[in-house]
Design a protein around this ligand. Sequence first.
Ligand code: MG
Length: 175
Amino acid sequence: MIRVGIGYDSHRFAEGRLLVLAGVTIPFARGLTGHSDADVATHACIDALLGAVGMGDIGSHFPDTDPEYSGADSIALMAEVHRRIRSTGWTANQVDVTVILELPRLGPHLDAMRERLAGPLGIAPADVSVKATTNEGMGFIGRGEGVAAMAVATLRRLEAAPPLQSRPGDSLQQA
Ligand code: MG
């Protein structure tokens, strides 16, 4: 049995910030702004993983009003999300991400991004796809105002996991 989730995120460019995408710091004049490190690609992955088990979204796990998550490393947040998902008897199987931006070009960084995402998910880089596309100059991405990312994740059942007593998201929604 496989479960599928989808995630989407966008963040605005700002001066004086690092550009962190899928856990890789990419040399560029501007970075993305946000409460955490604003890693839009990892945030889309987190939402895809959570969506696959109906466990809410990144904001419900790590509120952007909580100072604990100010400047947070999003890869570490994804590792924590994956621990929470595994406690329900599911584990990451495969992830596919598309980052949408005009600049910079991500081609030289895609393999490093796959490795960074794969680590906390306990899967091989071959099971993580990271792609980049422009928006052909259209809209907020085309104007260079920000970056968006979309992700799809599949989860499989953890072998040896105890049988689920309820739907995976139920306990979280009551918390
Ligand atoms: Mg975000």
